[in-house]
Design a protein around this ligand. Structure first.
Ligand code: KG4
Ligand code: ZN
Length: 342
């Protein structure tokens, strides 16, 4: 059986629509449209819910038309929309639009967990379905999660952040030194000129029991450092050194927690997804950590690590192939957990 699914992603500040074609042997992307307007949010240092909702209302019908044109006559027989976790009013836009579109086109409809999309992205970006079991690190602006993916319908959370998410830590540290939003790419760029170790920042939770994360200590240490050295917030080499140290600190914390989870579970595949996985230094640190623990690191191909609709379309296609019941009655759930008990 072959299916074509249209995926919709509006859980945060990206508006995205994609069509995937899938069969039991794998899947591939047919068409995709994605828009975000960081410049509207940037000066305010984070996303503004009202602006985000207006953006989704404005862009979603237009992007959908463009994707349908690109996808051509074959159309789609399945619609999937992110229904959580995320920003409640933003989720509502995609969910209501997706259900209406599916109804109008006599398609089946699936409400998709955004984090399950991230779990799929390292695999489906290569045209493959997830292999089980595997250990997954999702590191984005809203989440830092270590998930033991036992099989497609059973997952448990081994570790999560006690305060800020890894991407949020990048964003907050970037803002402190006068770099824009999103902070991760800005810190990565700035860090290229800098050296690790010129300034000392802590590695919170490194070596601690369990697999949880914490980044608030890093933020506090950075604040104290900046009080003593205000020049770190100005363009120049000191700021580059600060960014290199901050990036290394976050990367080391992530690598340490992944190592512990790999040792605990004995999994041989570690996947990395979410916006932070776009970071080359973090990637190299995790690759090395996985190798030390006898595992292989698999990350999403470029363009698939940050929020996108192709990963949502892929999960919806898998549901259809598995002949799962449609989810017309599902509401938006801003706190929908990725954990799953069979
Ligand atoms: O997965 P994502 O696009 O959206 C959420 O679901 O949150 O992740 C966005 C986050 C932001 O915090 C951003 O700063 C971070 O991912 N990010 C990065 C990089 N690119 C995006 N962090 C570090 N290095 C990057 N190159
Ligand atoms: Zn995300």
């Amino acid at each position: 059986m072959k299916v074509r699914s249209l995926g919709i992603e509006t859980s945060c500040d990206e508006t995205a629509v994609a069509v995937m074609e899938a069969h039991d042997g794998g899947c591939n992307l047919i068409a995709e449209e994605l828009a975000t307007r960081p410049e509207e949010h940037g000066p305010l240092g984070g996303i503004v819910p009202e602006l985000t909702v207006r953006q989704h209302l404005d862009l979603l019908p237009r992007l959908t038309s463009r994707v349908r044109e690109k996808a051509g006559r074959d159309g789609f027989s399945v619609v999937g929309a992110t229904s959580g976790p995320g920003l409640a009013p933003a989720l509502l836009v995609g969910l209501a639009f997706g259900k209406a579109l599916a109804w109008a086109e006599k398609s089946s409809f699936y409400a998709i967990n955004h984090l399950e999309g991230h779990l799929y992205s390292p695999f489906v970006s290569r045209g493959e379905w997830p292999v089980y079991p595997h250990l997954a690190l999702i590191a984005s602006g809203g989440h830092t999660l270590l998930v033991d993916a036992i099989h497609s319908r059973q997952r448990s959370i081994l570790g999560t952040t006690r305060d800020d998410a890894a991407g949020e830590a990048f964003d907050k540290l970037a803002r402190m030194v006068g770099l824009g939003y999103p902070g991760g790419p800005a810190i990565e760029k700035e860090a290229r000129e800098g050296e690790v170790g010129k300034y000392a920042l802590p590695r919170p939770m490194k070596g601690a029991e369990g697999c949880d994360f914490s980044f608030s200590g890093l933020k506090n240490a950075a604040r104290l450092l900046l009080e003593k050295k205000p020049e770190l917030a100005l363009p120049g080499l000191p700021r580059s050194h600060f960014c290199a140290e901050a990036q290394a600190a976050i990367g080391e914390c992530l690598a340490d927690r992944c190592c512990r989870a790999l040792e605990k579970t004995g999994r041989k595949v570690l996947t990395l997804s979410g916006g932070v996985s776009a970071n080359q230094t973090v990637y190299r640190m995790l690759e090395e950590a996985a190798r030390r623990c006898g595992a292989k690191l698999l990350t999403a191909a470029a363009g698939w690590n940050t929020d996108n609709a192709a990963m949502i379309a892929a999960v919806a296609a898998r549901r259809a192939l598995d002949q799962a019941d449609s989810s017309w009655g599902t509401d938006a759930d801003p706190r929908w957990s990725v954990a799953l008990t069979p």
